[in-house]
Design a protein around this ligand. Structure first.
Ligand SMILES: NC(=O)C1=CN([C@@H]2O[C@H](COP(=O)(O)OP(=O)(O)OC[C@H]3O[C@@H](n4cnc5c(N)ncnc54)[C@H](O)[C@@H]3O)[C@@H](O)[C@H]2O)C=CC1
Ligand SMILES: CC(C)CC(=O)C(=O)O
Ligand SMILES: [Mg+2]
Length: 348
């Protein structure tokens, strides 16, 4: 049996991961799922959002299927105890530096986009977000009293050249299998960290003479993404800009419930999760769209288990379910989370 860590987490996490588990079980009956508590669910039981036993299970599995963490009622805890620290901790401890976030407009969903169908039809872009550095992890950070006696918050945007180079290699190698274009998104006009980002990306690009590289400031990129998204192919960017741009890109595809992700380290270990959060506003109502998590399960097969056929089988079933009219509420339909899982299983 191949062991998969199943970390469902909070809010809609258990609902969407359950549908992905059902799909994976049909496509790969040889998978064994080992469940572990994470996020607010783990804090409530053990006093820690990422208990050592959960990290051990994640480390000793072939891959991790992750739901989401986050619980607004725990937002007053000290930061190190908040649910979000679990996903940040997994990314840091497992060195999951390369985050692949494909934004694909499925044929049946071109009219579900926030943009006109002709602007998004056929869209297939890949956002590659660096995931272990930047202002999310840079030290020092904190809230302190400054010289004027005022509370002052500070976070540190920080990258070293090795962190930038390794994720740039991932982007250029991905582009080699796609349309051979990389757009690096930064803020080099203002930020020193981002000037280093641009310099290192240019240096790495010399190893890939067949790939066209261009650079765009993040504010312009946010605008171009809704003006002419098909001008992009691979977008390479840092942790914070990638976080924001990928939520934005999800609306080109119809819903944030459509965007999967893979978070990879230098070995084959990967964590697979939807890009959305725990959606407390719809949790427990069987209202979430599970497709982002089901598509993340397809990425798990592709990137951690080298099972391209299994991945394509899941993606084709999602495409067929959508073509047959299956729609959760976020896509303008009436289906619940379980019914959408049923529709994908029926298509399989
Ligand atoms: N990787 C993770 O575990 C992440 C965790 N979070 C956490 O999640 C909690 C909620 O954060 P929000 O900012 O509200 O972002 P969110 O992504 O959870 O929800 C934003 C909006 O999108 C909707 N939505 C999200 N996923 C959906 C789905 N699958 N189907 C249908 N609708 C969906 C929600 O109902 C909500 O209206 C917070 O505690 C946040 O820190 C946020 C992002 C990622
Ligand atoms: C909760 C954050 C740490 C994560 C996030 O928003 C994301 O990875 O997209
Ligand atoms: Mg996010």
């Amino acid at each position: 049996m191949t062991r998969i860590a199943l970390l469902a987490g909070d809010g809609i996490g258990p609902e969407v991961t359950e549908q992905a588990r059902r799909v994976l079980t049909v496509v790969r009956p040889d998978l064994e799922f080992v469940e572990a508590l994470v996020g607010g669910a783990a804090y409530r039981v053990s006093g820690h959002p990422l208990p050592p036993e959960t990290l051990d299970i994640a480390r000793n599995s072939a891959a991790i299927l992750f739901g989401a963490v986050g619980d607004f009622s725990l937002d007053t805890l000290p930061r190190e105890l908040r649910p979000e620290q679990a996903i940040l901790g997994l990314r840091r401890e497992l060195d999951l530096f390369a985050n692949l976030r494909p934004a694909i407009v499925w044929p049946a969903l071109a009219d579900a986009s926030s943009l006109k169908p002709e602007i998004v039809a056929g869209l297939d872009i890949l956002i590659i977000r660096e995931l272990t550095g930047d202002i999310y992890f840079g030290q020092p950070k904190g809230i302190a009293i400054n010289a004027a006696g005022l509370r002052e918050g500070h976070d540190t945007m920080r990258y070293d050249e090795a962190q930038i180079a390794r994720v740039a290699h991932v982007a250029f190698q991905a582009a080699e299998k796609r349309s051979k274009r990389v757009t690096s998104v930064d803020k080099a006009n203002v930020l020193e960290t981002m000037q280093l980002w641009r310099d290192v990306v240019i240096e790495v690009s010399r190893d890939y003479p067949g790939i066209a590289l261009d650079h765009m400031y993040v504010d312009n990129a946010a605008m171009q993404l809704v003006k002419n998204p098909k001008a992009f192919d691979v977008i390479l960017t840092g942790n914070m800009f990638g976080d924001i741009l990928s939520d934005q890109a999800s609306m080109l595809t119809g819903s944030i419930g459509m965007l999967p992700s893979a978070s990879l380290n230098a070995d084959s270990l990967g964590l697979y999760e939807p890009i959305h959060g725990s959606a407390p506003d719809i949790a427990g109502q069987d209202a979430a769209n599970p497709l982002a998590t089901i598509l993340s399960a397809a990425m798990l097969l592709r990137h951690s288990l080298a099972d391209e056929a299994g991945a394509v089988r899941i993606e084709s079933a999602v495409e067929a379910a959508l073509a047959s009219g299956a729609r959760t509420r976020d896509l303008g339909g009436k289906m619940g989370c379980t019914a959408m899982g049923d529709a994908v299983l029926a298509a399989l």
